[in-house]
Design a protein around this ligand. Sequence first.
Ligand code: GLU
Length: 614
Amino acid sequence: MLTSSNPGITASPIETYLKELHARHASLHTGRVADYIPELAKADPNLFGICIATRDGHVYEVGDSRAPFTIQSISKALTYGLALEDRGEEFMLSRIGVEPSGDAFNAISLKPDSGAPFNPMINAGAIAACGQILATGNRSRIARILEYLSSCAGRALDIDAAVYRSESDTGHRNRAIGWMLRNFGIIDEEPTAILETYFQQCAIRVSCRDLAIIGATLANDGRNPLTREQAIAPECVDNVLSVMASSGMYDFSGEWLYRVGLPAKSGVGGGILAVLPGQLGIGVFSPPLDQQGNSARGIRVCADLSRELSLHLFAGGAAPQPTVRLWYDASQVSSRRRRSNHHQQTLRGSGHRIRLVELQGELVFSSFEPVVRLALKQAPYCQYLILNLRNVASVDRVTLRLIAQLRSGLAEQGVVLLICYASRLADKLRRQGIDAAALFADDDAALEHCEDRLLRDLLGPGWDDAQEVGLRDAVLLAGLDADDLAWLDAAMPAVEVAAGDFLIRAGDDSDRLYLLLKGSVMVRLPSATGGTGKRINVFHPGMCFGEMGFLDGSARSADVVAMTAVAARVIDRGLFDRLKGERPRTTIRLLEGLSRQLSANLRRSNAEAAAFKG
Ligand code: GLU
């Protein structure tokens, strides 16, 4: 059975591949189902499932991917993680080593000097780890283990009572290991109860789908990609993966790392859990085991998967993706705030002092290091540097620290580093000493802020042009003589609105052209979701708006909202027709003004398009 998450849609090549992989190995009949725990001998040797879960929670499954079986040794990796969370790394290292042992999983061997088990993946180490888990908050150890594994799998798991009973009735060798651990002071209490917990832990029922999701949780810094729950403390994830990599596959661990190259853990129930850190989890289930106690089909499936999908951790050394998507400066791209001609010219001449770097992908040391170099190279030539994180998928803690250090280093050279699209990182950045004033919702807001500061630096404190102007200062009317102005002054209706009022609504008829004389207005796209739409322009006194619809007669495409108290004059279609009839020369001047404005807009769009092409 192949379960497609998109029924009725063209088969994914990945699903087709997994189906083919499953068929390739289904005919393999080597290995024997484990029978030293009597109940396990009842497993159907033909059951066979393969599952891959991605870090972002997509699940591919083929075959008996939902057939239940007991997790057995695979639980050891996870309970080690839980014990680490409870007791901390140093304590755990003092009780349980992390060296591959080369002994059988159930060997009664402990380090000769300390009596510590070699690692948490052999029974001795796993029983010792189980004994370190705390029974907290009125919950028994097994309740906590079950809860922990359930949150890793993203569903409530249970215990196979028959398998538990069967192992408890026969697990005398493990009891002997428990007493040895007690003898050496590796566990601090009588082993009897710990052993029962351990047997129950091994009898937790999972499917290979669960294993893949647990793997994806490990690949995703301990956060279950389906439920979004932080199942495993992120700081324990690398410890768990490390012991899986060095000792997870019994006596085959070395060859497994060599051939497959993924941290993994198998169990005598026939399951294998493998993880490609940061990327995906794999679960395979097939009960017949090979000589080393690993699922015979499972080993081959994983070897093929690793080779055919190039998943080996050490293959190719995964070069970091280029992180700098685009960079440009404010002489090429300006904020949506409309500026007077003088300000526009000033910014065109000095805008190179504001540089923007658009980053993408995952920011880790090796992908962010070139950004540090680029920023330092730019520093002598700029005053403001804006990091745009809109297309950044994740930022690790090393990079957060580097951003903070880069910011203070640049500040010493007089360069201000600002960050936009960082709201999800605001707390983390603040902890690194980057205050909220350096963070902007989007690149436009950051750019406008830098432009304002640059204009103030260059033109002095009185630079701001948001004061009231008279008709003669309206850009559109430049070139009209006193007589024309007087005629228009008498003919143009005046409009006054308060902050927050709409002057134009999207969808309205476009029958008016506005000359803004006092206050500021913004042009805002109507929001599809009902919230506040995207701001695309801000106009100040002296500018005109509404010209596009006025000229081509199409309905308004955006809202225009007053940001302050606003005074404007209006040329409506009736007035325009009168003007055409009575004062053709004035009309031509007016149309020349409109053409100038439209070509200035087009120029600006062209410059932006050129900058965005890189
Ligand atoms: N419960 C099993 C035991 O301790 C687990 C063994 C395994 O899966 O390797 O014998």
